[in-house]
Design a protein around this ligand. Structure first.
Ligand code: SAM
Length: 432
């Protein structure tokens, strides 16, 4: 199964190619040598990543053509705004109408949405977000892979099971060969086009080693590489970009600086934000967001988090629930509610309606396996599958009972494709 549809190059102007997908035109930044008009390519996240031989492209397109329009139709049906407002307040309905019409909501209106508790009203909110997702992004859904290369960490985040303060876990650090093998399996065997490499804040790899790993993956297999090693230092971001990384996954966790310091002792929110800003300046695609359900976090904080992600030019929003881990200082703080996460996803869709790719996080699926489906029907349009070797997955123990901890890559793919097809989504990265 492919997670991208081959597109045909219609025109090339300097580093920009215009690509046709069944009549839809998209632009992609090109760093490949020797592309010509008429060639077929895969593009991800707005980057051309691989030229595809003509015969191969045509046979893949023949398969896609059959299902592409059928899937779009299923999605369209499921995204209908057949709203039954019941007893929902006029004020709430008016705000939703305004959002659905594409008009910008005021802060006050956004607060009304995020503070809502009534189940019928929330259903309407989620449906409206799904309607907007379909209207602006059609049925595309990014499917990315993540390799958790090391669980060593010298940070002391009070929410995190792999924090350096937790002396009761087994640590691992994958060797360069193991990382390359995992990348090869994900890209070559399973067809992933985008890979995230993630670790704790781990000084065990030098920046040169990380750069070499990225270079080797890029040289051997075509893929868009995101890095997620925490705060690597502003200068090192450039080194990793030059090695071929094109995306940064770094959550700011919370936009509230005092709360940030409470849960990340010894760290400053400003430093995390500086990394995100620098990365954007360098040309990285940004995946960012926060943790929902931290102690003392208010609804206003959550709204500010979404607004901050937008301000930081998030290409993809990653908001997940805090899940309590018994070996952390927050062991007794309750995990977030899935419903709050759905609210944040829906609001992110309303706030950044045209640009946002919105991720369904593994943490949300851990809270409730049904919530992946619900999130995709509340504005989300991205999923990330865990392609870390099975022997290491349970050790990346951010929180207990992580979803997909012992599921093979093949099983995850089959489940995901089944779900996406049932929702009429194309497992692609078409919205480039
Ligand atoms: N070292 C990198 C960093 O600092 O961003 C990436 C690794 S970090 C462990 C990845 C993410 O896991 C964090 O951004 C955090 O939001 C999430 N996380 C950690 N502990 C969690 C918990 N108990 N519940 C839910 N998510 C958690």
């Amino acid at each position: 199964m492919c997670y991208a549809i081959p597109g045909k190059i219609e025109s090339i102007q300097e580093k920009t190619v215009v690509v046709d997908y069944f009549g839809e035109k998209r632009k992609a930044h090109n760093e490949l040598e020797g592309l010509s008009v008429g060639d077929y390519i895969y593009a991800q996240g707005g980057f051309a990543i691989q030229k595809i031989p003509l015969d191969e492209a045509k046979s893949i397109l023949a398969v896609w053509k059959e299902t592409f329009f059928e899937l779009q139709e299923v999605d369209l049906q499921l995204s209908r705004l057949d709203l039954n407002p019941g007893s929902v307040s006029q004020e709430f309905l008016k705000i939703l109408d305004k959002a659905v019409e594409g008009r910008e909501l005021t802060r006050q209106e956004l607060l009304v949405l995020i503070k809502e508790k009534d189940k019928t009203a929330l259903k309407l909110l989620f449906k409206s977000a799904n309607f907007l997702r379909q209207k602006h992004h059609k049925n595309s859904c990014c499917v990315h892979g993540i390799i958790e290369i090391s669980n060593y960490c010298h940070s002391a985040c009070s929410f995190c099971g792999i924090s350096g303060e937790n002396k009761n876990i087994t640590r691992y650090r994958m060797s360069q060969e193991e990382i390359l093998e995992a990348a090869k399996v994900a890209i070559q065997e399973h067809g992933f086009k985008t890979l995230v490499l993630q670790s704790g804040q781990d000084c065990g790899y030098s920046i040169e080693e990380l750069a070499q790993i990225i270079r080797q993956i890029k040289t051997n297999w075509p893929a868009l590489i995101f890095i997620s090693f925490g705060e690597v230092g502003l200068d090192n971001l450039k080194i990793l970009y030059d090695a071929g990384a094109r995306g940064l996954l770094l959550r700011f966790e919370t936009s509230n600086p005092e709360l940030y310091q409470q849960v990340n002792p010894g760290k400053e929110l400003a430093s995390r934000i500086a990394h995100l800003k620098k990365a954007y300046e360098l040309g990285y695609l940004i995946i960012t967001g926060g943790l929902i359900g931290l102690p003392g976090q208010s609804q206003e904080d959550l709204l500010n988090d979404i607004l901050l992600a937008k301000e930081l030019h998030a290409e993809m929003y990653s908001f997940g629930p805090f899940i309590s881990h018994p070996q952390t200082p927050l062991a007794n703080h309750p995990s977030a509610l899935a419903e709050t996460v759905l609210k944040v996803i829906a609001l992110a869709r309303i706030i950044d309606v045209v640009q946002a790719k919105i991720l369904v996080t593994t943490a949300l699926e851990t809270l409730d396996p049904e919530s992946r489906r619900e999130a995709l029907l509340s504005g989300a349009n991205s999923v990330m599958l865990n392609v870390t070797p099975l022997k290491y997955r349970p050790l990346y123990n951010l929180y207990p009972w992580r979803a997909h901890e012992s599921e093979s890559i093949r099983d995850q793919i089959n489940d995901t494709i089944g779900l996406l097809m049932s929702l009429g989504r194309s497992p692609t990265d078409l919205s480039i």
